[in-house]
Design a protein around this ligand. Structure first.
Ligand code: SF4
Length: 532
């Protein structure tokens, strides 16, 4: 991690229409005419000027000598003609910003890797293809790694507040050992789970799916602080060419932000970016968790003007006017025993099933199909008065379990808490905290009988998606057949946290033996019969 005073560089990009090409590179990418386009020239110039300024402030390029750079973009879901109302949604790092960064870094270091694991259910190979990064990598001799296909190492991490162990793809161990640098390239955008998704949240995409799901609930801010403590980025370069506001990682609205923000300290850079978006970071649980662990720098040097470009916030609420306007016959019943002062009932557990539910409804909304269907949603274990359990609707009306069971409409129980209380009578139950990101959307189609338009056979993204899915699955089968561990399973050894952290930078690698044949076959079967 780059040490010392926090340094931040901010550059605005000249006015222009940057929306075309902000999600994926066009077919004429790499030609002379591509590089003559004003928008491309402006982005390259802005990124280079930004990084030169940051280098003058920090000297970070001297650390590039003899050290490979791992770039981590945010490719959670590449919204390029996937069958929704608009062709593109700026939810992922602009590939033009990634190329501009590669061009700058190539002056100092030839070994560059782009590593990512997209959202669960979305193969990273498809994301590389759809975004054009596969072509970019071939053009600039950059290594591409789809992390969900890579064997993992296990680390004990006793300092973690909620995560006492980590599984990290073995190919990233060189970052932990200081042999490679980790540069995070997030998108400037809001987020349903955490308010904003910037540098510190971007690290989540390094980890295997089941690790990501763990503590993906009210503990999410602390989990992200643990992740930042375990593997902090050496540099953050935030792509704000076209920002994304409202319901990310669902379809977002573009913001004409035209800004590049870079910095050498994650929380400080993210905090500056959140302020530029018009938010008060000190009021956001994510920054509160980061601040408790990484006190704000005593000195922050900023080069460039920090404007305020107001972003409309993400709102996971199912009781909001906005949600009820879009889905007038959906009754959301929520009951959490956990209560934090000043928070509305539903936000007492924001970072899991609530946000995923809203995400599923956003997909449905942007498919442009009728939304006037009746449905009851249940989230949480319910309030308990010693005898009965109750849920609340948006008006504060109490619904005892007996009443919910008599409602003449399908019931969808979302999250393990609700399934525990209502699973026995629900029409459909979705277990987990961070339930599969597509499961609510899928359930809505199944319960309403309305045909899904997303990734349908006519969507241009369908071919890369299917091909990527097959290749990813074959590669995962192959790794499992070799006895390699890919994610959490019952075949991992027990963690022994009893060691002196001074001996090993706060974490300890736990040796993993290859699995035996029975274990390998069991995990292959699990992949075959469950949605990964
Ligand atoms: S199941 Fe949902 S409500 Fe329950 S802890 Fe997990 S995220 Fe929170």
């Amino acid at each position: 991690m780059v040490k010392g005073t926090a340094s931040i560089a901010i550059n605005r990009v000249s006015p222009g229409n940057y929306l075309p090409g902000c999600v994926s590179l066009p077919s004429h990418y790499g030609t002379a005419s591509w590089y003559r386009e004003t928008t491309v020239k402006n982005i390259i110039a802005a990124v280079q000027e930004n990084l030169e300024t940051l280098d003058q402030m920090t000297g970070f390029t001297s650390s590039l000598i003899n050290r490979e750079v791992v770039l981590k973009p945010n490719l959670v879901l590449v919204y390029d003609r996937i069958g929704l109302a608009r062709p593109v949604y700026p939810n992922t790092t602009d590939p033009r910003v990634i190329e501009a960064t590669v061009l700058f870094l190539k002056r100092y270091q030839a070994r560059i890797t782009i590593a990512e694991s997209s959202g669960r259910g979305l193969p990273t190979r498809s994301a590389f293809k759809l975004s054009g990064l596969a072509r970019l990598a071939a053009r600039h001799q950059v290594n591409l790694i789809a992390l969900e296909e890579e064997p993992v190492n296990l680390y004990s991490f006793p300092h973690g507040k909620v995560e006492k162990s980590f599984l990290l793809p073995a190919v990233l161990e060189r970052i932990l050992q200081g042999e490679a640098l980790y540069f995070s390239l997030p998108k400037l955008k809001t987020n349903l789970y955490t308010g904003v998704s910037l540098g510190c949240k971007n690290s989540m995409g390094f980890f295997p799916y089941l690790f990501r799901q763990r503590n993906h609930n009210f503990n999410l801010p602390e989990k992200l602080a643990d992740i930042h403590s375990f593997i902090p980025p050496d540099l953050i370069i935030i792509d704000g060419i076209v920002g994304g506001e409202e319901q990310s990682p669902g379809p977002v609205h573009p913001v004409d932000s035209r800004i590049i923000i870079s910095g050498n300290q994650g929380p400080e850079t993210d905090r500056a970016a959140a302020r530029i978006m018009g938010f008060q970071p000190e009021e956001m649980p994510l920054f509160q968790a980061l601040d408790r662990r990484f006190p704000p720098a005593t000195r922050v040097k900023t080069a460039g003007h920090a404007p305020v470009i107001p972003f409309r916030p993400a709102n996971p609420s199912l009781h909001s006017k906005d949600f009820r306007r879009h889905f007038p016959r959906v009754l959301a019943l929520i009951g959490h025993e956990r209560e934090e002062e000043g928070l509305p009932m539903e936000l007492n557990c924001r970072g899991g099933c609530l946000a995923t539910t809203r995400l599923g409804f956003e997909f449905f909304r942007f498919e442009g199909i009728p939304r006037n269907f009746p449905l009851t949603l249940i989230i949480g274990r319910g309030l308990y008065d010693g005898e009965n359990r109750y849920y609340l609707d948006g008006e504060g009306t109490l619904y005892p379990l007996e009443k919910i069971q008599t409602l003449p409409r399908p019931v969808l129980a979302i999250g393990s808490c609700a399934v525990q209380t209502c699973g026995h009578f629900a029409s459909r139950s979705l277990k987990g905290c961070m339930i599969h990101p597509n499961s609510v959307h899928q359930s809505l189609h199944q319960l309403t009988g309305l045909r899904c338009r997303m990734l349908n056979p006519l969507a241009p993204a369908i071919v890369p998606f299917i091909k990527g899915r097959m290749s990813m699955q074959m590669r995962r089968f192959w790794q499992l057949a070799r006895g390699q561990h890919l994610d959490y399973s019952q075949y991992l050894p027990e963690i022994n946290s009893d060691f002196s952290p001074e001996l090993d930078r706060g974490f300890l690698k736990v040796p993993l033996d290859p699995m035996d044949w029975k274990q390998r076959l069991h995990l292959i079967a699990r992949e075959l019969f469950t949605q990964i």
